[in-house]
Write a protein of this length. Sequence first.
Length: 279
Amino acid sequence: MIPFRVRAARFEPERVVVGGIELLRAGDGGGRPAILFLHGASAAAWVWAEHLMQPLAEAGWRCAALSFRGHGGSRGRALLHGFGLLDYVLDAQSVLASLDAPVIIVGHSLGGLVAQMLLGDPRLRGIVLMAPVPPEGLAAVSLKLAVSDPDLWREVARMPWADAIDTPPQRLRRALFSETLSEARAWSLLQRFQSESLRALAEAQWPRPVASARLLGLPALVLSSRIDPLVPADAVSRAAWFHGAHHVMLDTVAHAMMLDHAWGDMARVLVSWLDACFG
């Protein structure tokens, strides 16, 4: 049984740089596919090392988490706003090649859209999408958010300049994390977020041509949050249907489900699916 709880000793995955891309690694895999984690907007590989990578590695899964160019310890921070989604796809493809193994790809939010753009790569054996940007894009969601919650919409719109903003994003805190996460913990995490590429965020608003995991015969898991205003459950449900995915809607976590207080609820669903599909 995997203990889904915070360890007393801080987990430190191996950090390497592959072609200028930061990569965190843990576990040896034991012959099973490797797991490659793709982070969401304004984040980096660290979001997966906070909780999820350690118990998976200890359970015998080979895990790797990358930071897209311009994020975390990867190259290109000064050129961030010139990078688009296809650049992030190239980063993921370079890491896929370095893993030299079949891979289950796990993408969160904007990283979930990048994961969907990778479908068709022969190295993929499965896909997990957590609160993903759907293939239809976020234009309709953004318009609805601007009307229903203009304060949150303004805070999201400032994400390309997050590094230069001093005002605490109060609404974004409650969109990313549930009320059960302590204020101190929530703000300590938010301080680690960074600016996101203006180009990549703009591209994510519009539909993207992606393959269907259903038609490719790949097992797929989609996780959504019932309390997520950033990528609402109805948009995630359409993505799950498109991919023929097993869809689980969670009540105890918000958008940043891998960092939230009840991250273990999400992890249990993920591990159960991994064990059922890959042993």
